[in-house]
Design a protein around this ligand. Structure first.
Ligand SMILES: [Zn+2]
Length: 479
């Protein structure tokens, strides 16, 4: 009993001061649970002779010196242009790559897997995200909203390691939905839902597959009045309808764009929509090009999640020992059984071509000037883990013909833009908060190089990536 009461008082106090903490130059005082992963502390740190892929999409710059001072990037440039303070801690970046901290745009703090495994990740989630280089996340839907909110405050207060968290409301869906989701039977109910969670500290609204246009419109109107933004894993409402209802972001990309299903009925989610879309997505056709134009004209962003979707396609690289070893044994067993069933089923309804076409829609949106972000969505049958799945998302973007510079932009600066914090976060540029990822190798040589994270900087403090990730060994799917 005591704990929950304690939590309540702290929560009220913390909510009052949350946002300023977010953009302050210096992070919080770090507690023991955080200190154990710290390998680099300032106040002055210089990473020398490093290849910088800065997140803006600009060409990679070799031989850079990046100076961190008081939690912010003080200078970036060729060695001779950066004045080196005498008290700087020097890190030799020769042969290494520095990218911005990853901004995970579909990064739940709960995990689900085959076999019905489902867990709030108060321990493994924050360590895997930050350990893999994800320094900021949007939870994009929650099963345990106070679990997310309390963890956010633990992290902001320096009592738990982890990324900065942009809290999203629980899911808001419509009749036919349920489980841990709120079901809006009317626009009034949708408004009440938004009002409550706005007060509780949520800054984003998350819609799900059965929401009606009327309830979505009411929720968005209410949320915008309170400075909130809205995204959704939608189906009953098409992308074009959602844009016209003033949504801010669309999750998952073409895999949920029922605009491509000719037989779709108003306010109804077509049956087996993923299977239907596998056949009907045409990334270069009139529906796609006019929809992309319409989204961009209305400043609607999109956040792709290729790492969770590939788990449902045959013969994909989704059995990496790194991820499997972190799963709880029973979860690993259930996941492998599910994967083997997918890989061995004749006439499996989801095709390599369908996956490719969805990826091509992401690229077409990006090439047309759309703001494309990405995230892992650590759900489905459980093969996409927090952080590691964000890295896998990068690898798949390269498969989708994004250049390393473009893919880094998608996983970092674009996410910061969508969250409205790109003044302070998202790129390796002077003046920004020092959220950085040091990779042991040249990221341009192979997509999988993204897995070789050595040190993750958040607020200019450097964390041991491997130590943080290995701390979750055998616990994923438990806590
Ligand atoms: Zn999701």
């Amino acid at each position: 009993m005591i704990r929950s009461v304690l939590v309540r008082t702290t929560l009220a106090a913390a909510l009052a001061g949350a946002l300023p903490t977010l953009v302050a130059a210096q992070g919080p005082t770090l507690g023991k649970a955080v200190q154990e992963y710290v390998t680099v502390t300032g106040p002055v740190v210089a990473i020398t002779n490093v290849l910088v892929i800065d997140g803006t999409g600009a060409a990679a710059k070799p031989g850079q010196t990046v100076l961190i001072q008081d939690g912010r990037i003080a200078a970036v440039g060729p060695a001779k242009t950066v004045k080196m303070p005498t008290d700087a801690t020097i890190i030799d970046g020769t042969g290494k790559t520095l990218i911005p901290g990853i901004v995970g745009m579909h990064d739940h703090m709960y995990y689900s897997a085959a076999g019905g495994y489902d867990a709030q990740m108060s321990y493994t989630g924050p360590r895997l995200y930050l350990g893999a280089g994800v320094t900021t996340i949007r939870t994009t839907g929650s099963q345990s909203p106070y679990g997310d909110i309390n963890l956010k405050h633990q992290i902001d207060a320096g009592r738990s390691p982890g990324p900065r968290i942009f809290v999203t409301t629980p899911y808001l869906t419509g009749p036919g939905g349920g489980g841990t989701m709120a079901v809006a039977d009317s626009p009034e109910q949708a408004r009440r839902f938004v009002d409550y969670w706005a007060e509780e500290g949520a800054t984003w609204i998350k819609f799900y597959t059965n929401i009606s246009r009327a309830a979505m419109a009411a929720a968005i109107d209410e949320g915008h009045k309170k400075g909130m933004r809205a995204t959704g894993h939608i189906c009953s409402v098409t992308f074009r309808e959602a844009v016209d209802i003033d949504i801010d972001d669309l999750a998952h990309g073409a895999m949920t764009a029922t605009d491509f299903i000719a037989t779709k009925e108003l306010d109804k989610c077509p049956p087996n929509s993923l299977v239907q879309l596998d056949k009907s997505i045409d990334p270069t056709g009139e529906i796609a090009t006019s929809l992309i134009r319409h989204m961009i004209a209305n400043n609607v962003s999109m956040t792709t999640t290729p790492a969770v979707y590939e788990l449902f396609y045959q013969n994909r690289a989704v059995k990496d020992e790194r991820s499997l070893s972190l799963m709880a044994p029973a979860v690993r067993e259930a996941y492998m059984a599910d994967r083997n069933q997918i890989d061995t089923t004749a006439n499996w309804p989801l095709t390599p071509g369908g996956f490719e076409r969805a990826l091509a829609f992401d690229k077409a949106f990006f090439d047309a000037g759309g703001v494309l972000g990405s995230g892992v969505d650590p759900t489905g049958n459980g093969g996409a883990l927090p952080g590691l799945g964000d890295q896998r998302g990068y690898e798949i973007l390269i498969e989708g013909h994004f250049t390393p510079e473009q893919a880094v932009q998608v996983i970092s600066l674009n996410g910061a833009k969508i969250l409205g914090v790109d003044t302070d976060f998202g790129s390796v540029e002077a003046g920004k908060v020092a959220d950085l990822v040091l990779i042991d190798g040249d990221l341009r040589t192979a997509p999988t190089m993204i897995q070789h994270v050595e040190t993750v900087f958040k607020d200019g403090v450097g964390y041991d990536s491997q130590k943080m990730i290995l701390a979750t060994k055998g616990r994923v799917g438990i806590d």
